[in-house]
Design a binder for this molecule. Sequence first.
Ligand SMILES: CC(C)(COP(=O)(O)OP(=O)(O)OC[C@H]1O[C@@H](n2cnc3c(N)ncnc32)[C@H](O)[C@@H]1OP(=O)(O)O)[C@@H](O)C(=O)NCCC(=O)NCCS
Length: 183
Amino acid sequence: MNEIQVRQAGPADADEVRRLVAELTPATAHLRFFTGVGTPTAGFVAALLRRDETHGAWVCASGNRLVGHVSWAYDSGAAEVGVVVADAWQRRGLGRSLVAAALDEAARAGLTDVRLHVHPENGWLARRLSRGATTAVLADGMVTVTRPLADLLASAPATPAVPSDPSPLIMQEWGSWLAPVPA
Ligand SMILES: CC(C)(COP(=O)(O)OP(=O)(O)OC[C@H]1O[C@@H](n2cnc3c(N)ncnc32)[C@H](O)[C@@H]1OP(=O)(O)O)[C@@H](O)C(=O)NCCC(=O)NCCS
C-alpha cells in the first residue's frame, strides 16, 4: 500500500525529480516549463530543489515515487510559484496540496503576494487564477497573475482528495504534512 505525502524536498530527491520531469507528457512539461525539457540536467534539477531563505521546494510522494513538485522563489516582493503533477495523478487534489504547502512556507518567510506564470493555452487555470487577482497580464507569451497569497491559502481544502487509482492509498493527516523534514 502506498502513502501519499506532501513534504519538503531534499537533495536525496534529485533522481526522482529528474524522473518525474523526464516522464511528463510533452503537453504537461510545456505548460509547466514553457519549453521542452526532456531529461533535465543536474543544474535544472538542483534549481527545482533549491531551498534557502528566498526559495522553497516541496514534493508529493506516493511511496518511493514522486508524483508532484512545487517550488517558490522570491520575485520582486512576491512568491513566484511553479507547480506540476504527473499526468496520471492530476485532478486528485495533489496540485492544491502542493501549492498550499509552498504558500504556507512563503508566508512564513514573510511574503504576502503570490505570482504565477501561466501558459495562455492553460485557459482554465489562467481564468481561475485571474479571477479577483491584483493583476493578470498577458505578455511575453504568458499570463502573469499576481494576487494576495492569503487568497489561495484560504481556499485550500482541509485534506487533499483521496485518489482512488492506481492503487489503494492512505492519505497522510493534513496536520502532519506541513511538518518540516528532520535535518
Ligand atoms: C495545474 C496542475 C498542477 C493542477 O494539479 P492537479 O493535481 O491536477 O489539481 P487539483 O486536483 O489539485 O485541482 C485543483 C483545482 O483545479 C481544478 N482542475 C484541475 N485540473 C483541471 C482541468 N484540466 N480543467 C479544469 N479544472 C481543473 C480542479 O477541479 C480543482 O478545482 P476545485 O479546487 O474547485 O475542486 C496540473 O494540472 C499540472 O501539472 N498541469 C501542468 C503544469 C501547469 O500547468 N502548472 C501550472 C503553471 S506553473
